[in-house]
Design a binder for this molecule. Structure first.
Ligand SMILES: *Cc1c(COP(=O)(O)O)cnc(C)c1O
Length: 378
């Protein structure tokens, strides 16, 4: 039987690393050290060295990572946190959950990342932090963003859930990994992310010793030593089995990201045939690790029609994201209206993402492209 096309082929990837993963699993199972086992520390050290960052704090998922990062700064109730409306809901959710106010910011229509002029115009005396999101795998212009943040005394928490392994390139040519430039970076190891485990997982990154100490306590019930609790914390741990998978997969992350880049280049080339599909823009200050391959469709293309047409031909496609956060029911309390972020709203109505992963076969991709082009040229 022909293999079904997936947005992300996790089985194909597992097949390649099965032996190694099984060996690491056996180590965990034989030691019965399921929480905070040695492999969690090993993975933490490996990730610190890969990212060239002083501290990695593993935790239970990417949403917790954001929440914990936001809990250790003593922000006052009602403080304003600047965040793009065009992002996955988790980025916004934790701000609201902690009693802070999400202040939405527009994105650039080409890179889909936070618009720095609009960001500057939204800063008030209540602003305390910015959460840039390196959307779809490409970095925000961190050099400019950090200068705005420093000038205004704002903390920066980088949501790196979609961009682990991407390089930011400074104007002097120096490079740093996404998530290591702001005060804190956060990431997710959800299975479909570029570095995914086989369940939930996440991590927080920082070069700041004091924040690292606080965050290590918060993920473990605010505990300074056993049964002594200095701050209100949460229970957010990366379990040993997940760390075992991640330790194996981290070695291949750069290779995985290169495979994704190859798939993206092939799509770019194929779609250059038509001006009805606008391929993803590449910023000159960042590499792109293509968590998603997301295009913009011309006005004349019926997006729902394309989605259905592809589905009938067993080609999955997804809309990330159909509704911007400022128009989500959950956040209506903050009083935003349709028209507040025209570029974001326009993107939500015309983007579509095609399958991209580390095991894409050329024949499969040709089949996907052929069907997309057939529909748009009708
Ligand atoms: C996946 C994701 C998260 C949340 O990560 P979880 O591990 O699912 O909690 C946060 N922000 C962005 C941008 C994401 O893509």
């Amino acid at each position: 039987m022909k293999k079904q096309i997936q947005m992300v082929d996790l089985i194909g990837q597992y097949t390649q690393i099965k032996e190694e993963v099984r060996l690491e699993f056996d180590r965990v199972l034989d030691s019965a050290s399921f929480i905070n086992g040695p492999v969690v520390k090993e993975f933490q050290a490996d990730l610190e060295s890969y990212l060239q960052v002083k501290h990695v704090i593993p935790c239970a998922n990417g949403t917790d990572a954001l929440q914990v990062a936001m809990m250790v700064n003593d922000f006052p109730e009602g403080a304003e946190v600047l965040v793009p409306s065009y992002t996955y809901v988790a980025t916004v959710e934790v701000i609201a959950l902690l009693g802070f106010k999400p202040v939405f910011v527009e994105v650039y229509p080409d890179s889909f990342n936070i618009d720095i002029e609009d960001l500057e115009s939204k800063i008030t005396s209540k602003s305390v932090a910015i959460v840039p999101v390196h959307l779809y795998g490409q970095c925000v212009d961190m050099e400019r963003l950090m200068s705005v943040a420093r000038k205004n005394g704002l903390k920066v928490i980088e949501d790196t859930a979609q961009a682990i392994g991407a390089n930011y390139i400074f104007s002097d040519g120096k490079r740093a990994k996404a998530g290591t430039i702001g005060d804190v970076g956060t990431t997710s190891f959800f299975p479909s992310k570029n570095l995914g485990c086989y369940g939930d997982g996440g991590a927080i990154m920082t070069n700041n010793d004091e924040l690292a100490t606080k965050m290590r306590m918060v993920v473990n019930h605010g505990q300074s030593k056993r049964y002594y609790h200095d701050s209100i914390g949460v229970n957010s741990r990366l379990d040993s089995l997940q760390a075992a998978v991640l330790k194996v997969k981290l070695k291949y992350l750069d290779g995985y990201n290169e495979s994704r880049q190859k798939v993206a280049e092939m799509y770019d080339k194929a779609f250059s045939e038509t001006d009805l599909i606008i391929p993803p823009f590449r910023s000159n200050f960042s590499t792109h690790v293509f968590h998603q391959y997301t295009v913009k469709l011309a006005d004349s293309v019926d997006r729902d029609g394309l989605n259905t047409f592809l589905a009938e031909r067993k080609v999955p496609s997804m809309i990330y994201y159909p509704v911007p956060n400022h128009l989500q029911k959950a956040y209506s309390y903050y009083g935003y209206n349709e028209g507040d972020f025209p570029l974001t709203e326009d993107l939500c109505s015309r983007v579509i993402s095609f399958p991209i992963h580390t095991e894409m076969q050329p024949e499969t991709q040709e089949y996907i492209v052929r069907n997309v082009l057939e529909f748009v040229s009708k």
